[in-house]
Design a protein around this ligand. Sequence first.
Ligand code: PLP
Length: 368
Amino acid sequence: MDSLEQKLEERRKKNSLRVLKESNTYLLDFSSNDYLGLARSEKLKKLILKEYESGKYLNGSTGSRLITGNSTLIQKTEEYLSEKFRFPACLVFNSGYMANLAIFSSIPQRGDTIIYDELSHACIKDGCRLSLAKRIPFLHNNLEDLERKLRTAEGQAYVACESVYSMDGDMAPLGELSELCQSYNARLIVDEAHSTGVWGEAGAGLVNELGLNNSVFAVVYTFGKGMGIHGAAVASSQSAKDFLINFSRPFIYTTAPSAFELISIQCAFDYLKTHPSLQLNVLSKSKLFNQQLAEFSTPSPIKSVLIGGNDKTKALATELQVAGYDVRPILSPTVKEGTERLRICLHSFNSEEEIILLCDQLKRHLGQ
Ligand SMILES: Cc1ncc(COP(=O)(O)O)c(C=O)c1O
């Protein structure tokens, strides 16, 4: 057996082989990141198409930003986003993965230290691995451990966290984190992948909602989750933006986003501004879920139901799917062995009745 097949076989044996599956559009969606239903909004689609057809846009951007891919449209989109996020500058990326890779691989220099929450997303960790700076994890959401690490940090310290953790759905203590970082002169970088759209005025995220813009070094916003479209942006100072344009390889060596993607970004935020009930709705659905299952308290729409073991977690997900709920298992190695779970996502469009019925099913499985 060749070495690739051997590795795949190991995964098969552990019941952890990753395979691509089609979305179950006939099941009730309790797994997508489309928290506000914008990915499926016909009204938003019409808005995007109308705007797209009203101008003379190329189908593709034709090149990287530094060669032929720059345009008035992309610059205007960045101005729009920096106003919305209340940061001096914004730089658009093709995805949140690229944005995090760009920041962490280029900004912290040799001799600096990156201290990242141990539960940070793979793209933050991958960015750190590409950096010449020293990298150390701190215990999840643990300010004491972070402070211990800040005390011994060399050079400029950078601290990485997520506003809402993608797998556990819990939230970072952003206010305390930013105070601690300020007292050690550390630069805080916040990934708002799962709070963009859901929190803040017209979806501007938690850093905005908490008024922390002036104490955070950079924020990564993504548009493929709550905003229902695709792409990402880094909000920061003008000099951090200029630095990324000059030194970050995931920005320099890739084709710029198309006009269609850029138009979608502005349309999605404009749409959300005129539909604030979507945000209120998803947060109230999250509250309802917490009322049904007492062990849940996170305000975020991501609910992590720890099961443990790939076989058991997969079997439970299948059972819920047969009952009509699109609930997905998150298996090791995506999460640590022993912490395999169902990752349930709530949406503005899930009805109260659907949520209560799903919680009843979960209660039976959790022995309540
Ligand atoms: C916390 C976090 N950051 C970044 C990303 C990457 O964003 P994108 O899907 O736009 O590449 C994800 C996506 O899974 C995420 O959960």
